[in-house]
Design a protein. Structure first.
Length: 144
């Protein structure tokens, strides 16, 4: 008889707990404005991948909101063709900073994303100036 009462108490307790779980609403996520994620990642790429020469082709996904251990954030996935072996990486952004990165895992869902080419901007090269550093007079070098 005691076993029957104990089993009944456990079953009824489980039903009550499921009601709590079903009606639970997560806390409100802070309103995050969508960052310029391509620029942020391009600016941070050297700290994310110190050996850039081994990366191969890079592709980038769109951005989507996620809950991160550090609070509400954005996730962007990168797909690298590192020597013919595609690899996914998850990059987490808050504000205008990369707050975390890791090799993509199932929960990041990088494998489901649609990617576009991601070319890193090269340093702008200034046209050579024949007058620079020559000590020429302003008359000899117009625009100076």
């Amino acid at each position: 008889m005691r076993a029957y009462v104990l089993a009944l108490a456990v079953v009824l307790g489980g039903c009550s707990a499921s009601e709590l779980v079903q009606n639970w609403t997560p806390p409100a996520v802070a309103d995050l404005s969508q960052p310029n994620y391509r620029r942020i990642i391009a600016d941070s790429i050297k700290s994310i991948f110190p050996k850039q020469e081994t990366l191969g082709e890079m592709e980038i996904s769109g951005i989507r909101p996620v809950d991160h251990l550090k609070g509400a954030a954005w996730i962007v996935c990168l797909k690298l063709d590192a020597r013919g072996n595609p690899q996914h990486y998850a990059i987490f952004i808050q504000g205008d900073k990369v707050i975390d990165q890791r090799a993509g895992i199932v929960i990041d869902q990088c494998y489901k994303e649609t990617y576009t080419s991601f070319e890193l901007p090269t340093a702008a090269t200034k046209p050579p100036n024949a007058c620079a550093g020559t000590g020429s007079s302003p008359k000899a070098c117009p625009g100076r």
